[in-house]
Write a protein that binds this ligand. Structure first.
Ligand SMILES: Nc1nc2c(ncn2[C@@H]2O[C@H](COP(=O)(O)OP(=O)(O)OP(=O)(O)O)[C@@H](O)[C@H]2O)c(=O)[nH]1
Ligand SMILES: [Mg+2]
Length: 287
């Protein structure tokens, strides 16, 4: 729709269309209101042509995404060399945690990090096998507990111990999918998080919420609930190769204050990109 603006002035109708576009892209009411309010305030004080209006809007959206990134020490998330990094993949069922972990393991190996996978999804029988396949693809060892219904915290304990013994730089932890409303499962996750902090107090810990872009605004509720249980530090947005625009990233960045770190756009091992807010906003508003 933005291409069709032509030389029309930015009328209230055009602003309404913009609002609809943002809401349909799952940006959410609060973030949408915030950026459109900024645009309206500007329109009240000066004459703004459509191209400038759109440029201003993109700048506002980018700024919402950049704020949580700016408040982190590292604008681009990468494991820190020469020390232990522990990255947890958390989220609701089927969002792409294990796939993202597999892609990250591959990226880490290609970037020359020593890496290890902790198979801490002990909930589903096939989960360990699935993560083992991903490990084999990149030649990354997988630490698992063969007993059924093992304690995920025990697997993490073993994995961190192995990493410390070998001087491994990156431990990627696969966790079971869980609904944010299941209190006992969220407690189990909080326990895993505490074990990491206790065993590896000097490690650089990332707790990454994996969000399925096609779940729209539900992602914000997931972010709020996982933030407290898992001590979230960032978000990976998956399934952006589908029809979802992933505007929930803006809601999550502005309302949960979480930086978006990676984008998953496909099932393949290389279908993972570092998050780029400028590119993201262009894609969000395109066509
Ligand atoms: N199209 C697409 N599919 C994806 C993407 N990421 C993951 N998937 C698919 O989503 C499905 C679930 O992926 P998993 O990685 O098993 O998800 P999970 O979060 O580990 O699932 P649970 O462990 O059961 O909670 C699989 O079929 C993946 O191939 C993506 O970026 N794009
Ligand atoms: Mg999984």
């Amino acid at each position: 729709m933005l291409e069709n603006l032509g030389d029309d002035p930015l009328t209230p109708e055009v602003l309404d269309d913009l609002e609809t576009t943002l809401l349909q892209a799952d940006v959410g009411v609060q973030a949408t209101d915030q950026v459109l309010e900024a645009l309206r305030r500007r329109l009240n004080t000066e004459v703004v042509d459509p191209a400038e209006g759109i440029r201003f809007l993109k700048e506002q959206l980018t700024d919402l995404l950049e704020q949580p990134i700016r408040s982190c020490a590292n604008p681009l998330l990468a494991p820190q060399r020469g020390r232990l990094n522990v990255w947890l993949m958390v989220g609701v069922n089927g969002v792409g945690k294990t796939t993202t972990l597999g892609k990250l393991a591959n990226l880490a190996v290609r970037s020359g990090y020593s890496c290890l996978i902790a198979a801490a999804d002990t909930f589903r029988a096939a989960a360990v096998q699935q993560v083992q396949v991903w490990g084999e693809r990149s030649g990354v060892p997988v630490i698992a507990n063969p007993s059924s219904n093992a304690d995920p915290a025990a697997v993490v304990y073993d994995a961190i111990g192995a990493a410390q013994a070998k001087g491994t730089e990156l431990v990627l932890v696969d966790t079971a999918g869980r609904l944010q409303t299941k209190h006992n499962l969220m407690e189990e996750l909080a326990k895993v998080r505490r074990i990491v902090d206790k065993l590896a107090p000097d490690a650089a810990v990332e707790s990454l919420l994996v969000l399925d872009a096609s779940q729209g605004q539900n992602g914000l509720r997931q972010a709020m609930a996982f933030a407290s249980a898992a001590g979230l530090t960032g978000v990976v947005l998956t399934k952006l190769d589908g029809s979802a625009r992933g505007g929930v990233a803006l809601a999550v960045a502005s309302e949960a204050g979480l930086p978006i770190r990676f984008i998953g756009a496909g099932e393949g091992i290389r279908d993972l990109r570092p998050f780029n807010s400028f590119e993201f906003v262009e894609a969000l508003l395109a066509g």
